[in-house]
Design a protein around this ligand. Structure first.
Ligand code: MEV
Length: 296
């Protein structure tokens, strides 16, 4: 067998994280960065893991690989992974790993087979994921997502974003569970917030399809306010949101689960100059057009 390669892109959620876990809609786009998997014939199946990976990450990657092997009929492949995404920062690294692994382990898989296996792997990483991360990675586009069903969106204008990292955070699973505890204690208050986020997602879709970037930016800013109300933002994320707005973002918000740190997404007309300035300030960041995957 010749060497096989596959790719799973990362993602950002433009609007609707957390609400999506409770059945409200969200809109997400794939990033140009992701995870590459390489498979070579071997005596027995094996996942090669970098020494620098922390033990919990190694454990969940090995468990996800086992799940993949079982479904794929235990092919004798030695698989290695190369990630351009920071781990556990809200950029869908585990969804991207799941998609890259599914594509490389399954023999000529259909899109539905990739989505089904990568969901099984995502469950190893996240417990009860909404399914948004691995679906956005598998479909490589801009998606409206609700209750496990995804529909592609065609933006009226290209969506240029800057993704900036604002320090380490707790795993998604813990953040989602902590919010679930608050929500089950005070359900009516949290339902109001989720409903309002759901309305913002509908408004975002109109803005995206109509190419109204200013309106989309405003939706993102208001969404950030509601994420703060859900108590999933913190000083580092808030500071980075303000920094991106000061650098000209039409809208900026945390993306993913949030917490003490993680990723912030800003919608820009000129992402290159914002990235240049942020890098000068020592901020880890990159620009991407959403839904445009550049295969390595
Ligand atoms: C994680 O990228 C987004 C959350 O909404 C969790 C999920 O959708 O499973 C916080």
């Amino acid at each position: 067998m010749s060497t096989r390669y596959s790719f799973g892109p990362g993602k950002v959620i433009l609007v609707g994280e957390h609400g999506v876990v409770y059945g409200y809609p969200a809109i997400a786009g794939s990033l140009s960065r992701g995870v590459k998997a390489t498979a070579r014939a071997a005596k027995r199946p094996m996942l090669k893991l970098g020494r620098s990976l922390a033990a919990p990450a190694k454990r969940s990657l090995s468990r996800a690989f086992e799940v993949g092997l079982e479904v794929a009929g235990r092919p004798s492949l030695e698989v290695s992974l190369e990630s351009e995404l920071p781990l556990s920062m809200g950029l869908g690294s585990s969804g991207a790993v799941s998609v890259a692994l599914s594509r490389v382990l399954l023999e000529k898989p259909t899109a539905a087979e990739v989505e089904s296996l990568s969901l099984k792997m995502e469950t190893v990483f996240h417990g009860r994921p909404s399914g948004l991360d691995h679906t956005t990675s598998a479909r490589e586009g801009l998606l409206w997502f609700q209750k496990g069903v995804a529909r592609g969106l065609t933006p009226g204008k290209p969506l240029q974003v800057v993704v900036a990292l604002a320090g380490k955070r707790r795993p998604t699973k813990e953040l989602v569970e902590a919010l679930r505890e608050r929500q089950s204690r005070w359900p009516r208050r949290y339902q109001r917030l989720f409903e309002e986020i759901g309305r913002l997602v509908v408004e975002a879709r109109t803005a995206i399809v109509g190419g109204d970037l200013d309106a989309l930016g405003d939706v993102m800013n208001v969404n950030q306010g509601l994420l703060s109300a859900l108590q999933v933002s913190g000083p580092k994320l808030d500071g980075m949101v303000q920094r991106l707005r000061a650098l000209g973002a039409m809208g900026a918000k945390l993306t993913g689960a949030g917490g003490d740190g993680g990723a912030v997404v800003g919608l820009f007309r000129d992402p290159a100059s914002a990235v240049k300035q942020l890098r000068r300030e020592g901020v880890e960041c990159f620009a991407s057009e959403l839904g445009q995957v550049v295969l390595p």
